[in-house]
Design a protein around this ligand. Structure first.
Ligand code: ADP
Length: 355
């Protein structure tokens, strides 16, 4: 049944702004409501820039709409200030964004490069697909985009189609239906330096808003390592529902990882940290499948997770098949039963946390 604007407005009256105490409809925080059979879109306007309650209110609004209309695709935008021309232009772009059909957006982050962030992203994507979800991967790692290689589609050249005056970018379809778009598809390896910074930022914006994802349940975003301007702009452009941090045992306690967790938890950002994946947790040689060598130290991730109040989602050993899978364009989840089981477990924890 199509919900009416009045129904939605009545429901939103049940949400109060913690600071003023008044409900968000009477308080003038609800800018726009639109609804059809499948989609409900609500824009919230906060006059105060970076209102610390904005994300909480958005989440609450999403929650009550989802409870009432569980079948609908729900999008809640946050707008700031009184509204001016420049902002309106950005908002119009957001309204056209192709991310509307996406159920949940998960960022995969790490403190440093080389810890396996891209490998974890690719294997998680396959696990989610194996569980029956429709999955997309956005490779936003401008410093080392490797998803196209991980999925063996380095030669893919994305098509652009124009429909009703809007240009769309068509993602690759890999590993039995995973949609993949990567910044690497738009740069040559020799261009890499040139593309960093501003240029990469604007290219990413286009990828974010113009990729034709269609309806998918999860979009995994492979972020660049560390924290920086590029992260901030991705966080502003995409409504990220949760972050997964990847670390190796010896990297876990270092400042980079802590900074990563703090970046998502910052009160202006407010993205839930779903947990940590400890990668390369131990080494199991092929000829001694039962043995574990803790080459990078033991137990660090569990200790840090407990201290920081973050869940340890799982541990992935250093296994030859994982490296070979990345090199051969076939994530190891598809070929190795142990890897498959470990990733399935992590994927299901993530799904549960985002429910
Ligand atoms: P990042 O995205 O953090 O820079 P990558 O995912 O590219 O790191 O991984 C770096 C290298 O380590 C790759 O060659 C990858 O195949 C390998 N690798 C990652 N995780 C594992 C693992 N658990 N076992 C074996 N090799 C791994």
């Amino acid at each position: 049944m199509k919900p009416s604007k009045e129904d939605i407005s009545a429901l939103l009256k049940g949400v109060a702004h913690p600071e003023t105490g008044s409900d968000i409809v009477s308080g003038g925080f609800v800018d726009e409501i639109s609804a059809d059979e499948e989609k409900i879109t609500v824009s919230l306007r906060f006059r105060k820039a970076r209102d610390p309650f904005a994300a909480k209110i958005r989440d609450r609004v999403e929650q009550i709409l989802a409870e009432r209309w569980p079948e609908a695709r729900i999008t809640v935008f946050i707008r700031e200030g009184e509204g001016n021309k420049a902002k309106d232009a950005i908002e119009r772009m957001h309204e056209k964004t192709t991310t509307r059909g996406i159920g949940k957006i998960i960022a995969v982050a790490s403190g440093k490069g080389g810890v396996g962030k891209s490998t974890v992203t690719a294997n998680l994507a396959v696990s989610l697909r194996n569980a029956g979800y429709r999955v997309g991967v956005l490779d936003a790692d401008i410093y080392g985009p490797s998803q196209a290689k991980m999925f063996g589609c380095e030669d893919y050249v994305p098509d652009a189609v124009s429909e009703n005056g809007t240009d769309y970018i068509i993602p690759a379809e890999v590993a039995g239906g995973i949609k993949l778009i990567s910044i690497a598809m738009f740069i040559r390896p020799t261009d890499a330096l040139l593309w960093r910074g501003t240029l990469a930022n604007s290219a990413l914006r286009q990828l974010i808003h113009q990729t034709r994802w269609g309806d998918i349940d999860f979009l995994l975003v492979d972020l660049p390592p560390g924290t920086g301007d590029i992260h901030l702009s991705i966080i502003q452009e995409l409504h990220i529902d949760g972050a997964v941090i990847v670390s190796t045992p010896q990297q876990i306690a270092v400042a980079d990882v802590v900074r990563g967790v703090e970046m998502f938890r910052n009160e202006n950002v407010n993205i839930p940290v779903l947990g940590i994946v400890e990668n390369m947790a131990w080494f199991t040689p092929r000829e001694l499948p039962g043995s574990r060598y803790y080459v990078f130290g033991r137990g660090g991730a569990a200790r840090y997770a407990a201290e920081a109040g973050v869940e340890l989602l799982g541990e992935i050993p250093l296994i030859q098949s994982i490296m070979e899978g990345s090199d051969e364009g076939r994530p190891a989840v598809t070929t190795d039963a142990e890897v498959e089981e470990r990733y399935r477990d992590i994927a299901m924890k993530i799904v549960d946390k985002l429910r």
